[in-house]
Structures are given as structure tokens and as C-alpha cells.
Design a protein around this ligand. Structure first.
Ligand code: GDP
Ligand code: MG
Ligand code: ZN
Length: 289
């Protein structure tokens, strides 16, 4: 058995993690600055009962979601390629929630898409209008009903070769969707430790196959947007950013300046009011996360 192995962090606990390697899943210690989704190199050690690993290094991340508070930041998941934003008529998904995730995805270099779940429920005008706004922004929308197994094929196909995380309000169907996709009952996520006790995993990565992965991490669910700079925020509203390039003044605040292209596009309806309002709200720090 090779003493040095490399692998993928698939489960994360409070003081250890599980790494999937060519020789099996290895419980690992030394997890400082490591998160689920990380590719790591480890050294195997044989203790009296089992083979364990010590993480000696990690590979560079293609992306990561992080929690920023003031000047401090902490990664919560790594190497995610796509974030699937669950939108539902019940509970109502706010436009603020969607805009927050489009912004977070943009600043994290992760591609966002929308999962319009619960298509079996009625959609009122406001709901249809909401989806239309994001469709017009070029966001991919996948319509399905997780509970009733309707149109799951399209999602399955879309997920190929991606590493995705699902976000949505409590009750939007994240667990139902993940259970359907993985065939695993994800709420009962337990693993035996040495003492035969059960420890609950904090974050889990499910491999649908070698190339398709789903990350389930509670840390991702309540990421605040505080900590993003003003320029990161405007760039996360791509249509507003584009329009702002044509404002008369370089330091235009897009609220009360002459020759503001953003305001003029807001007036003629090219920029949607809720998008504009959320941009100002996030930029000026009036978010209650
Ligand atoms: N009507 C309907 N209900 C759904 C659908 N998908 C999930 N649900 C229900 O929504 C509720 C919340 O689902 P859950 O997966 O626990 O949401 P989570 O909080 O995002 O993990 C459950 O009662 C599910 O059965 C759907 O497509 N249609
Ligand atoms: Mg859930
Ligand atoms: Zn302006």
C-alpha cells in the first residue's frame, strides 16, 4: 500500500474528515483550512485499529465559497462549478434571495442556474414574471417537480460533469431533490466512529458518478454577502454593470447623478426595478442576511 495518497474530501466532521482515494475512503486528521470538495494529499498511518490519513497538503481550488466577516474569511466548500438556486411558489422565493445568490456566485466564479421546483403547484402572475426576469438575464432555468419525479431527466443531464450545490429557502425541496438524485436518504447522515458512536457529518459530497458531484453543506446555506466590495457588488449585477459603463461620470452613484445610464435604463424598463433596488440595497449595506 502506497504511504502517500491523494483524494477528494467527501465528508467533513468537527475534527476529522473522510477522503475518497483509489484505495477506499480514509478517515483523516489535520483538517485545518480544508473543506468538503478539496483535493488533498495525505500520508497513511496505521494505528492499532485502522488506517488513518494525515493531510499534508491540498491542491489549488478552482473556486470556493467563503464566509467573510470583516477582514476574516473562512472557506466552507471548494471546487463547486455550479450553484442551483431553488425557486418555488411555496414557500415564496424572494427576488432578494435570488439576487443575493447570483451575486455570490459571480464573486465566487461559480455559474448559477435556477431550478423552478414544485411545478405541480399553481403559478401566479408575480411568480411567472419573476422567472422571466432571470430568463431574460440569460440564466438557465430548469423546471421540475422533485417530489413527483417530473422532468428530473433534464436536470440529470445538465448536472453531467459538474460539481453543484443547491441553495434555497427552508422548504424549497433541497433534501427531496438530493435524495432523488443520489438515491440516498440524506437527512440520516451518520458515520460510526471508533467508539461505535454516531457523528453527524457537517458537509457531504455525493458522487453521482466520477464526474458529477453534489455538495450538501449547511455552511453554504446561510452565507452573508457582507464583506463584498462595492465593485464586486455591481459586477454581480451584470446588466447594471454593463449599463454603468455608459454613465456620464466615472464616480456616478446611480442614484442621483446627471447622465446616469443605469437610471435611464431603469426608467425605460430595460433594467428591472427589483434588480435595481436589490443592487442599491446590497451596495449600501441595508441587508439583514
Ligand atoms: N408540491 C410539491 N412539494 C414538494 C416538491 N418537492 C418537495 N416538496 C415538499 O416540500 C417540503 C420541503 O421539502 P425539503 O426537501 O425538506 O426542503 P428543504 O428544506 O429545502 O430541504 C416537503 O414536504 C416536500 O415533500 C414538489 O415538487 N412539489
Ligand atoms: Mg432539508
Ligand atoms: Zn450611473
Amino acid at each position: 500500500m502506497q504511504k502517500l495518497q491523494s483524494g477528494l474530501v467527501i465528508e467533513f466532521y468537527s475534527n476529522s474528515c473522510l477522503v475518497r482515494t483509489d484505495i477506499g475512503d480514509i478517515k483523516c486528521l489535520a483538517i485545518k483550512n480544508i473543506v468538503v470538495g478539496d483535493r488533498v494529499n495525505l500520508e497513511l498511518i496505521q494505528d492499532s485499529k485502522e488506517v488513518k490519513g494525515i493531510i499534508i497538503s491540498r491542491e489549488q481550488r478552482s473556486s470556493f465559497l467563503e464566509k467573510r466577516e470583516g477582514i476574516k474569511s473562512k472557506a466552507v466548500a471548494a471546487n463547486i462549478s455550479h450553484v442551483g438556486i431553488l425557486v418555488t411558489p411555496e414557500p415564496v422565493t424572494s427576488r432578494e434571495f435570488i439576487d443575493k445568490w447570483l451575486l455570490t456566485a459571480h464573486s465566487s466564479k461559480i455559474t448559477p442556474f435556477i431550478i423552478n421546483n414544485k411545478t405541480d403547484l399553481n403559478h401566479d402572475y408575480d411568480y411567472k414574471r419573476k422567472l422571466e426576469i432571470y430568463k431574460n438575464l440569460g440564466i438557465r432555468i430548469i423546471n421540475l417537480s422533485a417530489k413527483n419525479d417530473v422532468k428530473m431527466n433534464e436536470l440529470n443531464k445538465y448536472l453531467e460533469n459538474k460539481c453543484v450545490v443547491f441553495v434555497g429557502n427552508s422548504g424549497a425541496g433541497k433534501s427531496t431533490l438530493t435524495t432523488k438524485l443520489t438515491g440516498k436518504q440524506i437527512k440520516t447522515n451518520v458515520l460510526s466512529n471508533n467508539q461505535g458512536m454516531h457523528t453527524t457529518s457537517i458537509s457531504t459530497l455525493y458522487e453521482l458518478n466520477r464526474e458529477t458531484k453534489i455538495i450538501d453543506s449547511p455552511g453554504v446555506r446561510d452565507l452573508p454577502i457582507s464583506g463584498l466590495s462595492e465593485s464586486e457588488i455591481i459586477q454581480g449585477f451584470s446588466e447594471i454593470y454593463k449599463s454603468s459603463q455608459n454613465c456620464k461620470f466615472n464616480d456616478c452613484n446611480h442614484v442621483a447623478n446627471d447622465g446616469c445610464q443605469v437610471l435611464s435604463e431603469l426608467m425605460n424598463g430595460e433594467i428591472t426595478e427589483s434588480r435595481y433596488n436589490n443592487f442599491i440595497k446590497f451596495r449600501d449595506g441595508e441587508v439583514d442576511d
